[in-house]
Design a binder for this molecule. Sequence first.
Ligand code: FNR
Length: 395
Amino acid sequence: MKKASARIFSSFEMPSLSLPSRIVMAPMTRYLSPGYVPSPEAPAYYARRVEGGVGLVITEATIVDEPHATAYEDVPGMYGEEAATAWKAVVDAVHAAGGKIFTQLWHTGAIRKPGVGPQPELPALSPSGLLMPGVPSGREMSQSDIEAVIASFARAAALATTLGFDGIEIHGAHGYLVDQFLWEGSNQRSDAYGGDLESRNRFPVELVSAVRAAVGPSVPISFRFSQWKQQDYSARLAQSPEELEKVLLPLANAGVDIFHASTRRFWEPEFPGSDLNLAGWARKITGKTAISVGSVCLDTDFVDGSGSYEKLMQDFTDSEHATQEELLESVGHLMSTSAGAAGLHGLEERLDRNEFDLVAIGRALIANPDLPILLSKGKWEDVRPYDAEMLAELR
Ligand code: FNR
């Protein structure tokens, strides 16, 4: 029986970060953090993945201390004493198991609707008061809103490093606030933050600079980005490597050390004429560490068919808030997935050629906390299929 590549299980070194393996737990919202505080089950939940062979945990998206930041209840925050204490327990548990942990910092921007969050009456903030072309949401951010949001990311990043997190990931993907600035469909500003790609990148670049200043020179910063938006799966940030360079190089210069390219299927080439996937291009363009992700060990896509974000957007346009159950169903409405060797699709070869450095795994790690160990032993038949039901509890 063929075993997964030894390389994926090998240690990884970059300045200020040593990982025992190249397997990353992808950030996954769980809606199990009442009062914006990680639950008592969270330390064991994350540590179990490290015991199972994960080298780096990236936490579920965590809201920053800005009153318009969240679109959801029961997601954790990175502010306040209670959350800080709970996060410290998570960090300590992951470290005790021998792994490293980043927090993923999040502002949902136009996805928010009034009625949720610590200050439910507040509207959404967004670059242009738009969720997507033709769909208004919230109000256009003023200069002082922009400064306040940037300051909230810097504060959260500083707190996270104080708590012992090994790095910070900025959620710049999937059509949330940072991505709303990047995407022309949601950024129609006529000031310095809107216009061409370079100008739309100004907010993300300023945000990264502020986080870098807050955490100092040596704490690794990861930037998660995606071509697709939950508002429009076919939207693309960059049509070509040259456009991608216009986004990524300024971010690298502002302080990003790791690019986490969120794709639905890691084996798909990103641009014509090359086999490189999006993470491969990020590495080639910037020379920085790159994380690839998307359907590792699964044969179905994260947002396919009746998948998550369509349902979420339906809830949005129906103007009713999704209940927790609906949200769970929406993110988990992703069919039982069969896993195993077929889901590796040349991953080993790509890692061996250094196309990217690290591999993030999402759903298959929910289903199998010990997935890396199973893969390293070639025990494909023991890999459990992912099922949405598994999202009901932190296990
Ligand atoms: C996600 N994903 C996600 N992405 C992100 O950047 N922040 C988040 O909080 C979440 N939340 C989340 C919850 C759940 C239940 C799922 C299934 C997914 C996307 C995730 O990180 C990953 O990119 C995708 O799941 C694709 O990887 P897999 O599942 O195909 O390995």
